[in-house]
Design a protein around this ligand. Structure first.
Ligand code: MF3
Ligand code: CO
Ligand code: CO
Length: 267
């Protein structure tokens, strides 16, 4: 499969699906407190998707070489980097959790994730979540026709490493549209002026995974999905789906509850 460029109808379809994905996260926000289990978060999301008339893209998702993913979203707690499977362990004060939601509406996919702080968290955990959010936005603000994917990866890497954190290399953002994961791959590290040139109508995710310690990861247990940091350090991730417009970018996964962009955006 190659890169798909969305026409006006496709863009409208993406806007709708992406906003709905973000609204799932809005709905979950007040529930993510000490004592809730990630399985309950998954159930709340799945009920809400029924009300929305969306379907989870992750439930039953089975790329080559993977078992079918068993839940309506991913919940990655503390040193879990990504693809954490909801379970019955209650969240406790001080945890940080990424909730990653992908919904399908009228055939279009919207993909977004946020970090949630469970009660009071440590200073380093707070800083990691805040800087990872900023790292994502350092990538987003570069999106416009003529820019290359390497410029985006470089901006994210420079910011994250400049703040003493590391960037996970094995997972990346991705084109998205009428399929979940399509070309191009959107690396969160790289060299300016390299890789694919952005063109209007492209839609892709930017979803950096940033570790407080070393960048290396490993598979956890035998569920076939869960990825953790090798050194057990904390990991954070934020994700937006963006559209390349004629003159810049449009963030598609925004809704009433989205945290506002950091001050350097539009400054
Ligand atoms: N939503 C994830 C992404 O951003 C993919 C999750 S696949 C799953 O690409 F099967 F683990 F849910
Ligand atoms: Co996602
Ligand atoms: Co994604």
């Amino acid at each position: 499969m190659s890169i798909t460029y969305k026409d006006a109808d496709g863009i409208q379809g993406m806007r709708v699906a992406c906003k709905l994905a973000s609204e799932v996260l809005d709905h979950l926000t007040t529930h993510i407190v000490p004592g809730i289990t990630t399985r309950e978060i998954d159930r709340l999301a799945s009920e809400f998707m029924k009300v929305q008339g969306t379907k989870s893209a992750t439930l039953g998702y089975q790329p080559p070489g993977y078992p079918a993913y068993p839940a309506s979203l991913c919940t990655s707690v503390n040193h879990v980097v990504c693809h954490g499977i909801p379970n019955d362990k209650p969240l406790k004060k001080g945890d940080i959790v990424n909730v990653d939601v992908t919904v399908i509406k009228d055939g279009w996919f919207g993909d977004t994730s946020r970090m949630f702080l469970v009660g009071e968290v440590s200073i380093v955990a707070k800083r990691l979540c805040a800087l990872t959010f900023e790292a994502m936005w350092h990538g987003i603000v570069h999106v416009k026709p003529g820019v290359r994917l390497g410029d985006i990866g470089f901006a994210i890497q420079k910011f994250a490493e400049g703040n003493g954190f590391s960037v996970v290399r094995e997972f990346c953002g991705h084109g998205i549209g009428q399929t979940f994961h399509e070309e191009p791959q959107v690396l969160h590290y790289g060299k300016p002026g390299t890789l694919e040139e952005l063109k209007p109508g492209m839609t892709f995710t930017i979803e950096p995974m940033i570790n407080a310690g070393r960048r290396e990861i490993k598979e956890f247990g035998n569920d076939g999905w869960t990825i953790v940091t090798k050194d057990h350090s904390l990991s954070a991730q934020w994700e937006h789906t963006v559209l390349v417009t004629g003159s810049g970018y449009e963030v598609l996964t925004l809704s009433a509850g989205s945290p506002p962009p950091p001050p350097f955006v539009n400054a």
